[in-house]
Design a binder for this molecule. Structure first.
Ligand code: NI
Length: 176
């Protein structure tokens, strides 16, 4: 297993649309193990392969406090979504920035596991939010895309300034 570097906004590689996984082979299972290791080390509650510059439709999430309920979704598809909910999201690719995003409250997702078996997952609350956030990454979309142009402009300026003068900022909420 290896901890992989995470791309940060506004890196244009984060805009790549990921390709479906055709065969769940050893290379995919290594990628999954690396994604889990990178997510837990960050620490984050979700990570998409796009964020480590691997443009395949693979994501991992673990919203448990004990950090022992990791789920991997390969080629995920939302079969059903209902309700709306708002949560103050963060992202490992947009460090130190949090803002409210509206998403579906409950979802039903179909995906493959690392062994290539189909499964369905019903999710609500933070797990549903996290899966939707990570699925956006696979389409080259970031949570900041939901914000107004004004807010995004301010964020870009702040991030560029941070890069010139790095400062340690404590995460207020988990990053996705
Ligand atoms: Ni993210």
């Amino acid at each position: 297993m290896a901890r992989l570097p995470i791309l940060e906004y506004p890196d244009p590689r984060l805009r790549t649309k990921a390709a479906p996984v055709v065969v769940c082979d050893a290379a995919i299972r290594t990628l999954v193990a690396d994604l889990f290791e990178t997510m837990y080390a960050a620490p984050g509650i979700g990570l998409a392969a796009s964020q480590v510059d691997v443009h395949r439709r693979v994501l991992v999430v673990d919203v448990s406090e004990e950090r022992n309920q990791g789920v991997c979704l390969i080629n995920p598809e939302i079969m059903h979504a209902e309700g709306t909910t708002t949560y103050e999201e963060g992202c490992l690719s947009v460090p130190g920035f949090y803002d409210e995003v509206e998403r579906a409250e409950k979802i039903k997702v179909r995906a493959l596991n690392p062994e290539g078996d189909n499964f369905e997952l019903e999710a609500e609350g933070i797990l549903a939010i996290c899966i939707q956030h990570e699925m956006d990454h696979l389409d080259g979309k970031l949570f900041v895309d939901y914000l107004s142009e004004l807010k995004r402009g301010r964020l870009r300026k702040r991030l560029l300034k941070q890069r010139r003068q790095p400062s340690v900022e404590d995460a207020r909420v988990p990053s996705l």
